[in-house]
Design a protein around this ligand. Sequence first.
Ligand SMILES: [Zn+2]
Length: 170
Amino acid sequence: MGIGDGIRIGHGYDLHRLDALAPGGEGRGFILGGVRIDSDRGPVGHSDADALLHAVTDALLGAIGERDIGQLFPDTDPRHESADSSVFVAEAMKRVGERGFGVVNLDATVVCERPKIGGYRDAICASIAGMLGVSVDRVNVKGKTHEGVDAVGEGRAIEVHCVLLLAAGD
Ligand SMILES: [Zn+2]
């Protein structure tokens, strides 16, 4: 084997606009990492608008050199209206498995002024660990604010960054 044949790194990023919950606004019920968050505002999007799972999906696809979530699941496709985003992660994981890789660990940062996600952190890590087929200690999710500046800081958007490592074998 050549250098690095057995490992791949992936990066994911996503942003969703936040709005008052429908019907007053366009916001959907706030779901992050597959966990429902108590909030009077929620993300706007075609699927369930789970920014964390979208970033994780892009990191998985990126690690195996595939195109992004928008190519795989176009938001013009009515089948994805209100879709549970764990379906996107599952499809990306299937492709990772077909290449002979598994997840080593995931590290994510959620940037969001409110709601505070700290109280949901353990549930979110457990939820994602289940989707990635790893123990919960392999998943880390950190929450940060945007210090009150720009759209994220003004509570008008949520942003997620993540990196993950794949390794060949199980
Ligand atoms: Zn998204």
